[in-house]
Design a protein around this ligand. Structure first.
Ligand code: GRF
Length: 220
């Protein structure tokens, strides 16, 4: 294991295909990171099996086991902090984080979302993009703030919306690029090409072999 690699806590609620993509990219030497903890709000999240299979620490912190949302948010933050992550990655985590969690990891929580933000925030992004008559959608990796999918965008990748697409088909197409972009962004953060802080700074050059990535130098 590369001890210099960026230490991650990954939060999931479901399938965990983005978690799998991160682990695959780490194994392939394309992502200078290591997953120290997988946290879920749901015991039935299929992605937890991935953590178990690889001997990665995991924990479930359910909302319904706490007196209110604030207590749950604090418990989630405390459990994440035990792993001392340098970056928290929301990879299909379907709940909104509260102030206690965000205060524990200021500017160091990122999320992957299946639209080109700021268009189509929320839970039905692929459906919403189709309904709006878009011909292009994609995915965004952004810094998490107190809003729903509103934090500063770090990078995006585009995919076409094809005639007759259903939300599931579009989401599957978007996920294929999520699985490339999210590990790429984590690697860029690990290498200092993206500086997280009160002001987001993106210093990485766009991938010259691809038109998909928006990791590029700031204009300033
Ligand atoms: C992804 O499409 C992500 O954009 C959204 O939730 C989905 C999670 O998928 N936030 P998976 O659990 O990583 O397969």
């Amino acid at each position: 294991m590369d001890e210099r690699a960026l230490k991650l806590a990954v939060l999931i609620s479901g399938r965990g295909s983005n978690l799998a993509a991160i682990l695959h990219a780490i194994d392939a030497g394309r992502c200078s990171a290591r997953v120290a903890l997988v946290l879920s709000d749901r015991p039935d999240a299929a992605g937890l099996a991935l953590a178990h299979a690889r001997g990665i620490a995991s924990a479930v912190v359910r909302l319904q086991d706490h007196v209110d949302r604030g207590a749950w948010d604090s418990a989630l933050a405390s459990r994440a902090a035990e792993a001392e992550p340098e970056l928290v990655v929301l990879a299909g985590f379907m709940r909104v984080l509260g102030p206690a969690f965000l205060a524990r990891f200021p500017h160091h929580v990122i999320n992957v979302h299946p639209s080109l933000l700021p268009l189509f925030p929320g839970k039905s992004a692929p459906q919403d993009a189709i309904a709006a008559g878009m011909r292009v959608s994609g995915c965004s990796v952004h810094v998490v703030d107190s809003g729903v999918d509103t934090g500063p965008v770090i990078a995006q990748a585009a995919v076409p919306i094809l005639p007759g697409d259903h939300a599931e088909q579009l989401h599957a197409r978007i996920q294929r690029v999520e699985h490339v972009l999210l590990p790429r962004v984590i690697d860029a953060i690990a290498r200092g090409q993206v500086a997280l802080g009160p002001e987001l700074r993106v210093h990485a050059q766009a991938d010259p072999d691809s038109t998909l990535y928006s990791l590029q130098e700031n204009a300033d």
